[in-house]
Design a protein around this ligand. Structure first.
Ligand SMILES: Cc1ncc(COP(=O)(O)O)c(C=O)c1O
Length: 339
C-alpha cells in the first residue's frame, strides 16, 4: 500500500495560515475525536448470475452517506492548515448529503454552518438541516441548464463575500475531497478485496470517483472504473435537461473530475434509475437512493459484457440509503412526472 505522501499531489498549496493557536488546537483536537466515529463500511454480496457482485453500503456512515468522508476530511485538513478556527462560518452548496454531513460535523466541533440548498432536496434532508442549522438558504431560480447548481454557487459567493471568517468547503473543486476518498473509501476497498475487475460509481462532484479510482488502479492495475451519470447531466457531455433525482449528475463539469481515472461512462435515464432502486429493494433487500440505483442499472446494462469474463468480481457503491426518497423515487405517483 502506498503512503499518504502519494496523495500530496491532490493537496492545495499551503495558504499563509491565519493562526489562532489556542483555538485552532482545540478545534483540531475535536476533529481528531470526531474521526473516531467514522468506521469502515460493510460490503454485501448480491446474487446476480454470471458475476460476483458486491455492494458497498456507504449509507452505514454515521450521518448516512458517502459524503460523511469528504465532510470530515475537508474540515480536518482545513483545521490542520489553520484555514478555519472556532469563529469560522462554513458555507456550502449541496443538494443534500454533503450538507447533512457538514451540518452534523460542524455542529459536533462547534462551528457555524450555512447550507445553500435548492427545491430538489428531499424533505427529510431539509428538515434535518433546519433542525441543526440556525440559517438555511434555499435558492428558487433555475440556472441556464435547467438545474439549480449555478444559482447555488452564486449564492455561496455572495455569502462568502458578506460574512466575516467564512470558509467555503467547495465540494466541487476541493482536492481534500479526493484525498478523503483515496485514503478512506479507496483504502478500505483495497483492504477488503484481494482482486476487483469492475467498479461502478455514481458521479456528481467527481470526488468519489477521482479518489477511489486513483487508489484502486494502484492496487488492481486492470480494474475497470465505470462512471455512472444521469441522462441530462452535463458531466460527460450529455445535453442539459431538467433532472429530478438528487445525488447524481450535475449542471457543471466538476473540476475534480479531471483527477479521475475512468474507463467507461454509462448514462442512465431517471426512469431506469427508479426501476433499479425498486429491484434492489425487492430482489436484494437494499433500500438505497438514486445514485445507487443508477449504478445498479449500469451493472445490468453491462451484464452481457461482464458475463463474457470468468465470473468477474464487480463492486457497486451504494452512496446513500433510500428512506429520504420514499416520497419520490419510491412513490409511483411521483414517478409519473419523469419522462
Ligand atoms: C447519494 C449520492 N451519491 C453519489 C454522489 C456522488 O458523489 P461525488 O459527489 O463524490 O461524485 C453524491 C454526491 O452528492 C450523493 O449524494
Amino acid at each position: 500500500m502506498r503512503s499518504v505522501a502519494t496523495t500530496q499531489a491532490f493537496v492545495r498549496p499551503f495558504p499563509a495560515p491565519r493562526w489562532k493557536p489556542q483555538r485552532v488546537t482545540v478545534l483540531r483536537r475535536r476533529l481528531e475525536l470526531l474521526g473516531k466515529i467514522l468506521r469502515p463500511t460493510p460490503h454485501v454480496p448480491l446474487a446476480v448470475e454470471g458475476m460476483q457482485l458486491f455492494a458497498k453500503l456507504e449509507y452505514t456512515n454515521p450521518v448516512g452517506s458517502i459524503k460523511d468522508r469528504p465532510a470530515y476530511w475537508i474540515l480536518k485538513r482545513a483545521a490542520e492548515r489553520g484555514e478555519i478556527s472556532d469563529e469560522t462560518t462554513v458555507i456550502e452548496s449541496s443538494s443534500g448529503n454533503f450538507a447533512c454531513a457538514l451540518a452534523a460535523y460542524t455542529h459536533l466541533v462547534g462551528l457555524n454552518f450555512i447550507p445553500v440548498i435548492d427545491p430538489n432536496i428531499s424533505s427529510t434532508y431539509e428538515s434535518f438541516l433546519r433542525r441543526l442549522c440556525p440559517r438555511v438558504v434555499k435558492v428558487e431560480e433555475r440556472d441556464d441548464t435547467g438545474g439549480f447548481l449555478k444559482t447555488r454557487l452564486e449564492m455561496v459567493k455572495h455569502l462568502c463575500s458578506t460574512i466575516p471568517d467564512a470558509f467555503w468547503t467547495d465540494q466541487y473543486g476541493n482536492p481534500d475531497a479526493v484525498e478523503a476518498h483515496y485514503l478512506l473509501t479507496g483504502g478500505e476497498i483495497c483492504a477488503e478485496f484481494d482482486s476487483l475487475d469492475y467498479v461502478f460509481i455514481g458521479v456528481s462532484t467527481g470526488g468519489t470517483i477521482a479518489g477511489v479510482s486513483r487508489r484502486l488502479k494502484e492496487q488492481y492495475p486492470n480494474v475497470q472504473i465505470i462512471a455512472v451519470d444521469s441522462q441530462g447531466s452535463v458531466i460527460f457531455g450529455d445535453a442539459p435537461r431538467k433532472r429530478h433525482i438528487p445525488g447524481i449528475g450535475s449542471s457543471i463539469v466538476p473540476p475534480l473530475l479531471s483527477l479521475a481515472l475512468i474507463d467507461d461512462v454509462v448514462l442512465i435515464p431517471e426512469r431506469e434509475t427508479v426501476d433499479a432502486c425498486r429491484e434492489l429493494l425487492m430482489t436484494h433487500g437494499l433500500l438505497v437512493g438514486g445514485s445507487s440505483g443508477s449504478a445498479y442499472a449500469a451493472v445490468k446494462r453491462y451484464a452481457a459484457r461482464l458475463r463474457k469474463a470468468e465470473r468477474p468480481k464487480v463492486l457497486l457503491i451504494c452512496a446513500d440509503g433510500g428512506t429520504p426518497y420514499l416520497d419520490t423515487v419510491f412513490d409511483p405517483e411521483w414517478v409519473t412526472k419523469l419522462k
